[in-house]
Design a protein around this ligand. Structure first.
Ligand SMILES: Cc1ncc(COP(=O)(O)O)c(C=O)c1O
Length: 481
């Protein structure tokens, strides 16, 4: 009798068979190479990608956990930190580490802040103040590290209000955070104000430049107005910058940089009493492939400042065309004043999530935002040359939404969501969901999509139920079938 969905294979298969199976599986994936996916994948182009793949393969079995044996990867890590430190106007003292992604970089900055504060006030729960728009990696880090995260409101332009941030400072505050830029609206927080406040109170100040760290410096050199965000701003003590976003490296590489080398020491984990020997690691992970690091180092060497600037200019040209087209569509607008190539589109005339779903029907992937509802575009080199295709489909999507009946969009959303989720949720939770939705649900609607999910999200008062619902969906989708 079969006890699990899959058996551990007894007999190995022939390579052709395995590769055929992969090809079959791969057909279910979103084909991002045609530029229809905004975000997630940042691609340096076929020529560079091929070199990166070869370098990645060369180093994929090496384990960077041991810095004494894999010396060339360690050298590349150190050089990457130094090169990006230079780009972000650090000094000779600037140190840092290569991590697996923005989330790990942020986790490290949070750990440093926690440990520093606990040295000063043992036993307390250190607090960190972030803008409401900061990436959830901070919430995740606070959750893992037993810290308290306080969210400071943003102004009309979605930049954090420094005065309101100050009102949240207590004697337990360890660090203040600003984004350069924030993911949702692509705006850079007033870093100088945040860093000044941090200095005034003797606090750390982290700048989350996961998105902008490898884009804003090139824009500044190209003459774009860029809010100061890097180590030139007095009081900025650490910066996270992702190589695997606008650095165009393969996935799995970010950098965490510190102004003061003393700060980084708190990031290391060392235990001297393990029977297995003295164990030391510089960041979160243990064993770690050399492939991503080597590929990230290679892409910087291949592109250089001039290559990144040329790329940034082309991307911003695409952004300009797309934003102009969006404004000309009528009824759509850009939220706030984004500084680079990440931005949100809102509408006070149309159901913007319905437009997102119509775009999806036409093969595009855009993210969805809430509070306020927006669709979200991250433009990179993959979208250069695809502007007209996108704008044509956007026009069609808007026309399709215009022609739909929106007499009771909330009801339609709720029923669509409940219909769509009924197969995924366990009976008990589905019952609960039906309970909260039933008063709003008329019969006979089978539309579906993100619009439905956000319809539920905005209408469910009990956020715990919503969280439980997503937990159940995750529990279902992360199972072999
Ligand atoms: C501003 C910002 N910070 C942090 C992160 C987290 O990065 P990662 O997904 O590499 O962990 C992201 C991801 O999009 C981001 O946009």
């Amino acid at each position: 009798m079969r006890t699990t969905a899959f058996h551990f294979p007894v007999q190995g298969k022939r390579p052709e068979e395995v590769l055929r199976e992969i090809s079959r599986k791969r057909t279910e994936d979103f084909g991002w190479k045609d530029g229809k996916m905004f975000g997630f994948v940042y691609y340096p182009g076929d020529e560079i990608a091929e070199i990166l793949e070869n370098v990645f393969r060369l180093y994929m079995h090496d384990n960077t956990l041991n810095p004494t044996m894999f010396c060339s990867v360690r050298a590349m890590e150190n050089e990457l930190v130094a090169m990006v430190g230079d780009l972000l106007h650090g000094s000779r003292d600037t140190t840092g580490s290569v991590t697996s992604g923005g989330t790990e970089s942020i986790l490290m900055a949070m750990k440093v802040a926690r440990d520093r504060k606990r040295e000063e006030m043992p036993g307390i729960t250190p607090e960190v103040i972030v803008p409401t728009t900061a990436h959830p990696a901070f919430d995740k880090a606070a959750h893992y590290l037993d810290m308290k995260l306080l969210h400071a409101p943003v102004d009309q332009d979605f930049r954090v209000d420094v005065t309101k941030m100050e009102s949240l400072v207590t004697r337990r505050t360890a660090m203040l955070v600003g984004s350069a830029p924030c993911f949702p609206y692509g705006v850079v927080d007033p870093i100088a104000g945040i860093a000044g406040l941090a200095r005034q109170h003797g606090l750390l100040c982290h700048v989350d430049a996961c998105m902008g760290g490898l884009m804003l410096p090139f824009l500044e050199k190209l003459g774009y107005p860029v809010t100061p965000f890097d180590f030139r701003v007095k009081g900025v003590t650490s910066i996270s910058a992702d190589m695997h976003k606008y650095g165009y490296a393969a996935k799995g590489v970010s950098l965490i940089l510190y102004r003061d080398p003393e700060l980084r020491k708190r990031q290391f984990f060392i235990t001297t009493e393990w029977p297995g020997g003295i164990f030391a690691s510089n960041s979160l992970l243990g064993s770690k492939s050399g492939g991503p690091v080597a590929a990230a180092w290679t892409v910087v060497k291949l592109m250089g400042l001039k290559g990144y600037m040329a790329n940034a200019a082309a991307v911003m040209n695409a952004v300009k065309k797309i934003q102009e087209g969006i404004r000309e569509t009528g009824g759509l607008d850009i939220a706030g004043h984004p500084e680079m190539s990440v931005f949100a589109v809102k509408s006070d005339r149309y159901d913007i999530h319905a437009i997102g779903d119509e775009l999806a029907k036409r093969g595009w992937f855009v993210d969805r935002l809430q509070y306020p509802a927006c669709i979200h575009l991250t433009v990179n080199s993959l979208q250069v040359g695809k502007e007209e295709d996108f704008l044509d489909d956007l026009g069609d999507a808007v026309a399709a939404v215009k022609s739909q009946n929106h007499a009771s969009p909330v009801n339609r959303l709720i029923i669509a969501a409940v219909t769509g989720l009924s197969g995924l949720l366990p009976e008990k939770l589905f019952g609960k969901l039906m309970d909260s939705a039933s008063r709003l649900i008329p019969a006979g609607d089978n539309s579906s999509g993100h619009r439905a999910l956000y319809g539920i999200s905005t209408n469910i008062k009990n956020r715990h139920n919503l969280k439980e619902m997503i937990t159940c969906i995750y529990d279902k989708i992360y199972r072999a079938r």
